[in-house]
Ligand binder design. Structure first.
Ligand code: ADP
Ligand code: MG
Length: 693
């Protein structure tokens, strides 16, 4: 009875009986710090103990669960897939092999005699086997059948040092002592309408369900909450924007017409359509808030320039912020002279631009002499003031936080706003995830682009790859070689770009090799990039500074070293640097060590898929939408439990509900919306704490 007073939702898990500082540390790895986090720890699946089979009854292709004792452990080399851990388990009816690929961590995990509960698909290879099954080391077989009889056992994300029973025991105490403290987030009428369980019941059923159906409902409830509050934030943001007045910018044609006729290609239908949408938006007296999404190389820059020129036609300034200095430099160098020819002065501002040049640029921005400004984060620094900023464009928006975007917008008075994204997602999903923006999507690439072939190689096949590259270079093509970091770091065993540069020089003695990274000065970088552009450099060794936006149509080879270090989106961006001309292009990945199974699968997925939409979806599954949408650190609740593919129906319901709430009760004044208001307050306080921390 004593304990009851001491455990609260915000108590550290360490205070739960049976969990000392050591176990608390293991919980931390699961992002569980206090009792509340523990209650919201979502099992990733359930084992229905009543359906556990005897080993002799396993059938090929079934999803099944068995319990057995370890009789044999064996480590083997596997073809092309690194190492394999084989474990033989037995029950009183027979034995079955469990196989894991590339899981060196498992070697020390199992002991002969351990009792395992194993779940997965039964396959056949000489004998019945499980490949990469999920498993739990359980105590004694008797204990488990005793404790779990007739129940459904949640399987939590695995972490070292914590078994299911530790988590279950702690969960039991937490629920018993603290569930009453949990308050409802969602108005009663929405819970009823959507036939969801109340939050307390959901938390109870999440961890101790009577049926799988109860567990599923419980998870749905938590997913709904996530989606609902995410959408609510968007709905409120959209409402705020809707109430703003902006300056109408009407196209006159004085600059845009000559710009179009200066192009040596035809706009694609998609580009034309989006240019029309933007022209209409800009002419309105409400600020535009538009997302332009299109795969790498689909031609977003032209559209951005067109919008900037409409702005200048109205004697307002336009700014385009990009995430890397190289990209800012490229935009500026590529467009400066075209713009100059039609009488528009542009400027470049990055943090590498210093001293008197910087002072001059800042001055010209302030007095309005410069009309179009290309820059990086340097644009949002204090002391940079625009005369009259009419349009803000953010390129590669996923690389910026909301705060940074807002900082640039705030340099004008409700300027129009356009963000560009090369991580395209399906329209319905985009409408939902970017609910505060209008959306334009470029679905086609300009015609006449060469095919891009992607291939994953192992270190020992390197010579063949180099030979192939050599042949392409002889034909007059150019190559990028990308490696993840600049300087030597023994710990990460990565070759520094400098080392790679030397190696490449040695391998290709007949060609000129350049090296580019973030530590060079603006002028050095500009020189190297223009040498590469005009063919003086044949091979450019680079760090990820060239990841986004760089546009060199004659470059047809992208060689990526240590590809395991990159996420799907990054790899796709890198591959987007080639395939920009008419020639066939090649993206090669060289893997020089064994990697975890999931990493290997990611690389294979990349090798097989070139569609930006498919990659973006996969990436969202793997890393969660927060990373992909670039909404980390910007005040939107994160989506961690919900799966944007599987739970899409629930997402759309939550969106409609959230937008309806904001429309009906923008200030959340109605008594039935009190739970929402309370939750938002708590969320804001937490954000604030994080921000200060
Ligand atoms: P991204 O959408 O990745 O920003 P860019 O705007 O850099 O793509 O365009 C990629 C390349 O395609 C550039 O070299 C650009 O000049 C060219 N391009 C853009 N639109 C067209 C078009 N309609 N026809 C042919 N080439 C085009
Ligand atoms: Mg671009």
């Amino acid at each position: 009875m004593q304990k009851r007073q001491f455990l609260r939702l915000d108590s550290p898990v360490q205070y739960i009986k049976g969990i000392g500082p050591k176990r608390a540390n293991y919980f931390k790895k699961l992002n569980v710090e206090n009792v509340k986090d523990l209650l919201f720890l979502v099992p990733h699946r359930y084992l229905d103990y009543s359906t556990v089979l005897k080993i002799k009854d396993l059938k090929i292709n079934d999803e099944a669960t068995v319990i057995g004792r370890i009789h044999l452990i064996e480590i083997k080399k596997a073809m092309r897939r690194g190492e394999m851990v084989n474990v033989l388990i037995r029950d009183e009816t027979g034995s079955v092999v469990l196989r894991w690929f590339n899981r060196p961590d498992l070697k020390s995990k199992f002991k002969i005699g351990d009792c395992l509960i194993v779940s997965g698909k039964v396959t056949f290879f000489y004998n019945k086997q499980f490949i990469n099954p999920i498993y739990e080391i359980i105590g004694d077989e008797e204990t488990i059948s005793e404790k779990a009889k007739g129940t459904i056992i949640p399987i939590y994300p695995l972490t070292e040092g914590l078994g299911i029973w530790d988590i279950r025991r702690a969960m039991n105490i937490a629920l018993e002592l603290c569930l009453d403290e949990v308050v409802e987030n969602i108005p009663e009428y929405l819970i009823q309408k959507n036939r969801l369980p109340p939050l307390r019941k959901a938390l109870n059923d999440l961890h101790f369900p009577h049926t799988i159906a109860d567990a599923t409902k419980a998870r749905q409830r938590l997913v709904y909450d996530e989606f609902f509050f995410f959408e609510l934030a968007l709905a409120r943001r959209k409402l705020k924007i809707k109430n703003q007045d902006g300056v109408p910018l009407k196209r006159t044609g004085t600059l845009t017409n000559s710009f179009l006729s200066s192009l040596d290609f035809e706009l694609t239908e998609g580009q034309k359509k989006i240019i029309n949408e933007i022209t209409l938006d800009l002419a309105k007296s409400k600020p535009m808030n538009r997302l332009l999404q299109g795969d790498v190389g689909s031609g977003k820059t032209i559209i951005a320039l067109y919008a900037l020129l409409i702005t200048v036609e109205n004697d307002y300034q336009g700014a385009m912020m990009v995430p890397t200095e190289i990209l800012a430099e490229q935009h500026y160098l590529n467009h400066r002279s075209t713009l100059e020819k039609i009488g528009v002065k542009s400027a470049l501002l990055t943090s590498s631009i210093k001293g008197s040049i910087r002072d001059e640029v800042i001055n010209q921005i302030q007095n309005g002499e410069v009309k179009i400004i290309f820059g990086t984060h340097a644009l949002i620094e204090e002391g940079i003031n625009f005369k009259n900023l009419g349009l803000v464009i953010i390129d590669e928006q996923h690389r910026f936080g909301v705060m940074q975007r807002a900082a640039l917008v705030n340099k004008g008075i409700n300027p129009h706003f356009l963000v560009l994204s090369a991580t395209p997602i399906p329209r319905t999903l985009a409408l939902t995830l970017y609910g505060d923006l209008d959306i334009s999507t470029l679905t086609e690439k300009p015609a006449g682009r060469g095919e891009v072939v992607t291939k994953l190689y192992l270190e020992k096949e390197k010579t063949n790859v180099y030979r192939f590259i050599n042949d392409e270079l002889i034909k007059g093509r150019q190559a990028f070689v990308v490696c993840p970091i600049i300087e030597k770091s023994e710990k990460m065993e990565l070759k520094s770009a400098t080392e790679v540069y030397e190696e490449i020089c040695h391998i290709f003695p007949n060609f000129t090799v350049g090296l580019i990274h973030g530590r060079l000065s603006t002028q050095e970088r500009i020189n190297i990039m223009s040498d590469f552009r005009n063919g003086k450099i044949n091979i450019l060794v680079a760090t990820t500074v060239i990841e986004v936006g760089v546009d060199i149509p004659n470059a047809t080879i992208m060689l990526i070293l240590h590809p395991e270090r990159f996420g799907l989106a990054q790899l796709h961006q890198l591959r987007g640097r080639i395939g920009r001309g008419a020639e066939k292009s090649y993206c090669f990945l060289i893997l020089n060590k064994f990697v975890a199974q999931e990493t290997y699968e990611r690389l294979i997925f990349f090798e097989k898929n070139s569609d930006g939409f498919a990659l973006a979806r996969k990436d969202m599954q793997l890393r969660g939408p927060g990373e992909i949408l670039g909404k980390k650190q910007h005040g939107l609740p994160d989506i961690k439990i919900g799966d944007l593919e599987q739970d899409q129906e629930l997402l759309f319901i939550a969106r409609d509900d959230a937008f309806a709430v904001v429309e009906k009760d923008p200030e959340l004044k109605l008594p039935e919306h009190l739970p929402i208001k309370r939750y938002l307050k708590e969320f804001r306080e937490k954000e604030e704490l994080l921000r200060i921390g």
